[in-house]
Design a protein around this ligand. Sequence first.
Ligand SMILES: [Zn+2]
Length: 505
Amino acid sequence: MFHVKHLSRLLRAALMAAVLPAFLFGCVATRDVNPITGNTRFYGYSWEQELKLGAESDPQIVAQYGVYDDEALAEYVRRVGEKVLQQSHLRRPDADPRFRKLTFTFRVLDSPVVNAFALPGGYVYVTRGLLAHLENEAQLAVVLGHEIGHVAGRHASKRAASQSFLQLGLITGALVGQGVFGGNTAESVLNLGSTGLQLLFLSYGRGDEREADAVGVEYAALAGYEAGEAARFFRTLKRLGERSGQSLPGFLSTHPDPGEREQTILRLASEWKQRTAMTNVDEDAYLARIDGIVLGENPRQGFTKDGMFYHPDLRFRFSVPAGFQVVNQPTQVTMVADQQQAVILFTLEGEAETAKEAAARFGAQKGLAVVEQGTSRAGGNPAAFVVADTQTSDGKPIRLLAFFIDYGGNVYTFLGYTHASNFSSYEGVFYRTMQSFSALRDPEILNVQPIRVAVRPAGRTAAFRAFVTEGERLPKGWDAERMAILNQVALDEVVPQGKKLKLTR
Ligand SMILES: [Zn+2]
């Protein structure tokens, strides 16, 4: 949690989320050209709408995940992306000028999850978790080519024209509406209000995934990469999927069986090899780029331990109510009660100078009926609060407690809300949590450091297992097998002396 997000926007997102699908479905199916095949077909959005959708959703993606703080690495990913893009259908001489003009944005997101995805209009995202799991530039080129393929194939727009997408959207809308009123996962609350994230829910058809795989290999091969290298990465995805015992988002869950993809990629790559020179693997250069990349969760951006939430970078802490699930995101911390009967959001107030001013501004919002307001304190810091009634867009009554704290030159905000009839049961929990906010002074916590990848050559020829030593610091939940997956080797595979390994520091 780093960035500033305005509370009224948050509240609007939380309460009015059900409105957003209307924007998504405000589209009329239009006939247009598929840049990959050149055929004409129905799309949910016009090309212009796709551009607009991407541009509007990108800030939400950035807010949700945060951008990884390494400009040199971002520049490198952009460079590889552009190289692959130049070989895409969007850049060919016979392509429609509209497509040739499309500029792409490549971003590295600050998430430990292994994932890559694209939004319509030329937005491609890879996570730092994914970059850590790749072994060379050729693999990155195919991943980026695959995502460029989703944009070029207008797969999201194609999906938007089909009924299954409509159903999916309605389900998402329903989950959002359920947020405060019972549902199954914290995810449904967390994803509210974000069109971009709703697009991520959208699973492409298997045919679209196969097309993206095929053009991913094609674009990378034409850019001179040994595209068959990507097959090993799909083996990694398969191992990750088996290990987690649950479906992973995006790149994994929405795709055909990774085992099948591994074979397909090898076959397609060997076909391209007959036609074009594919020599670039660029392992050493790639590994040098990701040497030092953060592995697993970054505790400096906030973590929960023994019922407390700590934020070393912003130097504060607060207690987490028993039975509440915590999800820490760049722009907010969300705490959701069991059964999702109540939610507490925590964020930075972006505009007000003081807690008092923030409370006054909050209470003056349209659609809010203020029940009570006043001043308070939290960890010795001045605070102000508002209790108010409002309702969801489908008319369900909500009572909320907004609590603003002056600390370290910022105004921090808690927003607790629940169904009006439940408020009296949660009021005490809300106040206790919000008033527990205080300065973080424990030097051990203030100095906590993330675990990073350290690229080191194997000092001798031995099974991979031997290199994950007892003293190795591993991210929470990781073991030697997980490190083997990171290195795309089997745990007992013999690694030759001098081979560069991704270990930790
Ligand atoms: Zn895909």
